[in-house]
Unconditional design. Structure first.
Length: 228
């Protein structure tokens, strides 16, 4: 912009110089004409002076008008240059702001990608934890079911043993009653041999096979007593 202003000032300077040159060139023939008139006499001197002054006045007025027009053009050009300069500054500022916004947007995208990756990793870990928890829950339910089943079996075996012990006590009472009702009959006449009974197993070790053996022993004892 400064360079353009200097160029315009140079043009104006040249224009003024040209105008001054023209004025000087015009004044020389006028002076020569005036000198010639002085030599020939003073005829029509007043008319010539008026003509010279009017010509100079017209030339000066015309030059002033041209100068005023040029100054207006220069002012208009300066205004336009200022406006363009402001537009360039605004465009540069907007460009910098756009670059800043793009940089911030890129940073936000990177942060979002990192957070998305972290969320996916957490979701994967959570899924694995749910699977492990489901496996442990299934194992716990299986253990509880086995414990409940074992408890039921133990209670059932205990009831069977209690029933067998009750029957055995009833048979012993019956045998004692028969002996008391026949006092002359000695126990040797019955020739009863005690049936060997195995000791009762521990409840935790009792199984179906042992229960079957106990049931067979009971039935054999009952059959022996009935046969006597």
């Amino acid at each position: 912009m400064e360079v353009l202003c200097r160029i315009i000032e140079g043009i104006l300077t040249n224009k003024v110089t040209d105008m001054k040159g023209r004025n000087g060139a015009q004044s020389i023939p006028m002076r020569k004409k005036k000198d010639k008139v002085d030599k020939n006499g003073s005829n029509n001197q007043d008319g010539d002076d008026c003509s010279i002054f009017s010509s100079e006045a017209l030339a000066t007025e015309k030059e002033n008008e041209e100068l005023i027009s040029l100054r207006k053009q220069v002012e208009d050009l300066q205004k336009k240059l200022l406006e363009k300069d402001e537009l360039l500054k605004s465009a540069e500022l907007s460009k910098n702001q756009i670059n800043d916004v793009r940089a911030e947007l890129g940073k936000l995208k990177r942060d979002a990608a990192e957070k998305d990756s972290l969320i996916k990793s957490i979701q994967l870990q959570l899924s694995d934890a749910k699977i492990k928890l489901a496996d442990k829950q299934a194992g716990l339910e299986k253990t509880q079911w086995e414990a409940m089943t074992s408890k039921q079996k133990v209670e059932e075996l205990q009831n069977n043993i209690d029933s067998m012990q009750g029957e055995f006590s009833s048979f012993m009472l019956l045998l004692n009653g028969l002996t008391k009702n026949n006092p002359t009959t000695h126990a040797d006449d019955y020739d009863l041999e005690p049936y060997p009974l195995d000791p009762l197993p521990c409840m935790d070790d009792v199984n179906d096979e042992e229960l079957q053996k106990m049931e067979e022993a009971r039935q054999a004892y009952v059959a022996a007593v009935a046969a006597r």
